[in-house]
Design a protein around this ligand. Structure first.
Ligand code: NAP
Length: 453
């Protein structure tokens, strides 16, 4: 395979990976796991911190999922891999500069925006995307200064029934004591301690058999200290014919768990999570100050093809916060071909369409689906194509020298992996002192003060 490869240990294949979330780090892992094409990898991230959605997306009370960072650390500690944090493509570095110095570039920037509902009232104060809410409670520097007042909120509508909807609903339903052992950002924990939330409505436009969430995540609602679960029996009814046609085990188990919720005794606790199905939001209603006061929903019926169809019957729910959790959406990168409708970089199996040694992996390649591990195979598929191209001579070495590259990097405000390790230690030590797994530093300027030597 390497017969025609122009890359040697003296002049290895130089790859830039943009984004240090799971798909970026798995791309680097795949590149260094093979030995046929000697390779060096630089992983860029616009934030000083690595791990993308593992730090800023995964729910703070799902710490076991975050233990994947142990494997990521191994990759970032490899001599052939460098982490170049705090460098933003388009701000500190152009696509042209990358293409001058690297033989190949892999865009693995994820899907940082969100889909909208397209209904009146969506921009009222108190109507935000779950993406923003997640970024806020996970201490993302872009959301750390967001002023979210939960003390006046009693009712919350969460639109969508995927795992993100379950994450945000669970965080709102948990007590501060339950969240103390999570790595939720300090400002969010303080706000949730004074939360007025009593009712959380999780709403699916189709039936329970069409919900996207997974069973383990659903079960957690039966184990909450201070929240009951409530369902409407008619909304979780599935016809015999529909039930017989279900082949997906996750769907079968979800239905079992939901039916089990229906049989739980109501406890004397302050909160209720209402699972609602076959309802679509049609309007978010505001008060005189332009703040959310209610949401109007239309009841649906399921069509033969599994879609949702309005019945013309409406209902109004008193809520002061609406979190739309209807999926993430990718954002274009300057100069890189983009499919606006899909919200992904235009690509064929990971090769950027018409690109110049450009590839893509993860959510920005295939859309926002799957769990963290899904990105490992996705990244490996992209890297296989890249290595095929490197070996076949389709990826000629770029003229730029290593010295020229390093001179370029010296101009950038780089935060290294060693710097991150200092910050990581600091966060764990300051969290540990308060009996918490970590205390996240949420302001960019403060992050940058924690550096090696
Ligand atoms: P998702 O799984 O695609 O769910 C999106 C939900 O939004 C669906 O229920 C969808 O309903 C609904 N929706 C879309 N447009 C709508 C509209 N206009 N009105 C009402 N509802 C609408 O997306 P996600 O929850 O953002 O999750 C993204 C990925 O991350 C998923 O693969 C998820 O499993 C993963 N994730 C995993 C975990 C975990 O493993 N613990 C945690 C978080 C996220 P329809 O089906 O009717 O379109």
């Amino acid at each position: 395979m390497t017969q025609d490869s122009p890359f040697t240990s003296e002049r290895p294949l130089r790859v830039a990976v943009i984004g240090s979330g799971p798909s970026g780090i798995y791309s680097a892992e795949s590149l260094i796991k093979q030995t046929e094409v000697p390779t060096e990898v630089d992983i860029y991230d616009r934030l000083p911190t690595p791990y993308g959605l593992v730090r800023y997306g995964v729910a703070p009370d799902h710490l076991t999922i975050k233990s994947v960072t142990k494997a990521f650390e191994k990759t970032l500690n490899d001599d052939r891999v460098r982490f170049l944090g705090n460098v933003e493509l388009g701000r500190d570095l152009s696509r042209e500069q990358l293409l001058e110095h690297y033989d190949a570039v892999i865009y693995a920037v994820g899907a940082s925006s969100d889909r909208r509902l397209g209904i009146p009232g969506e921009d009222l104060e108190g109507s935000i995307s779950a993406t923003e809410f997640v970024a806020w409670y996970n201490g993302h520097p872009d959301a750390a200064t967001r002023n979210l007042d939960l003390s006046r909120v009693e009712g919350v509508a969460v639109i969508g029934v995927g795992n993100v909807a379950l994450d945000v609903s669970r965080i709102l339903a948990k007590t501060a004591d339950e969240l103390h052992t999570s790595d939720i950002a300090g400002h969010a924990l303080d706000m949730l301690r004074g939360s007025g939330v009593r009712d959380v409505y999780v709403m699916g436009r189709r039936g329970p058999a069409q919900a996207k969430f997974t069973t383990k995540e659903l079960r957690e609602f039966g184990e909450l200290d201070a929240a009951n679960v409530r369902l409407r029996p008619e909304e979780i009814q599935v016809s015999e014919a529909e039930e017989a046609a279900i082949t997906d085990n996750v769907v079968k188990k979800n239905l079992e768990v939901l039916r089990g919720f229906g049989e739980l005794e109501a406890r004397d606790v302050p909160r209720t999570v209402h699972f609602r199905f076959l309802v679509s939001p049609t309007e978010i209603l505001g008060d005189e100050q332009g703040r959310v006061r209610a949401i109007r929903v239309e009841k649906n019926r399921l069509t033969e093809s599994g879609g949702a169809e309005g019945t013309g019957e409406f209902e109004e729910l008193p809520v002061q916060l609406v979190l739309r959790s209807v999926g993430y959406k990718g954002v274009p990168l300057p100069g890189v071909p983009f499919d606006e409708r899909a919200g992904t970089i235009t690509n064929e199996g990971g090769r950027v369409t018409g690109g110049a040694g450009e590839y893509t992996a993860g959510w920005i390649k295939r859309g926002p689906s799957g769990v963290i591990g899904t990105n490992r195979k996705c990244a490996a598929d992209t890297v296989n194509l890249l290595l095929q191209d490197a070996s076949s001579g389709a990826l000629p070495p770029r003229a730029g020298s290593r010295e020229a590259l390093d001179a370029q990097l010296a101009q950038l405000p780089v935060y290294t992996f060693e710097d991150w390790q200092v910050l990581d230690q600091h966060e764990q030590a300051s969290g540990g002192a308060a009996g918490r797994p970590r205390h996240k530093v949420v302001h960019l300027e403060e992050m940058l003060t924690h550096r090696r030597g």
